[in-house]
Design a protein around this ligand. Sequence first.
Ligand SMILES: Nc1nc2c(ncn2[C@@H]2O[C@H](COP(=O)(O)OP(=O)(O)OP(=O)(O)O)[C@@H](O)[C@H]2O)c(=O)[nH]1
Ligand SMILES: [Mg+2]
Length: 189
Amino acid sequence: MIKYLKAATRFEDYPTSSLEMVICGRSNAGKSSFINALFNQKIAYVGKTPGKTRLINFFETDPGYTLADVPGYGYAKISKKELLRFGEMMEEYFKKRACLKLVVLVIDIRRTPNDDDLAMLEVAKDRGLEILIIANKADKVNQSDRIKNTRRIAEGFALDIDDVIAFSSLKKKPLDKVSAAIMQKLGLQ
Ligand SMILES: Nc1nc2c(ncn2[C@@H]2O[C@H](COP(=O)(O)OP(=O)(O)OP(=O)(O)O)[C@@H](O)[C@H]2O)c(=O)[nH]1
Ligand SMILES: [Mg+2]
């Protein structure tokens, strides 16, 4: 079960929480689709036009943690001023959100980590947060590429292969594996 709490841009407006997971990644990687698949509920907005979300959307889940859906990065059609505001908002979130424990980074399985992805991961590593990479849109590639690309993504991030899970938000597979990894990294099981 997942319930929408609120949208916020500033620290003062974040909802109270003692345990949080954030979903981040490049624009159009499938962050919102991933949230919907994970909870089997159409709750996060899946956009036809990328880069619509400019706020941090907070949700409450029934395993007892909150979830933050942050805007995707790397969207080209954004003004300098907006980019600056986005950067400030993200920096404040990652610096001040004390209950944040797990960073889930969603990446298209057909891509390799770019500078923005690596910078994002660096922020998470610096704070000593738990990390899980979702190699999304796994339905777009065949089985052998799925394995190959997952390995390539893990190498690109300099992470253990176990920290990268090939996933299809469209097919909602493999849901159990992803849920278990999240619960384990949040210390809920
Ligand atoms: N085939 C396939 N398409 C997907 C999958 N996940 C997402 N998509 C599609 O990819 C597009 C982007 O999905 P979103 O969930 O809106 O992506 P997002 O990362 O939330 O995008 P922003 O909010 O703009 O940053 C949509 O057209 C989705 O239908 C998947 O697992 N498989
Ligand atoms: Mg989205």
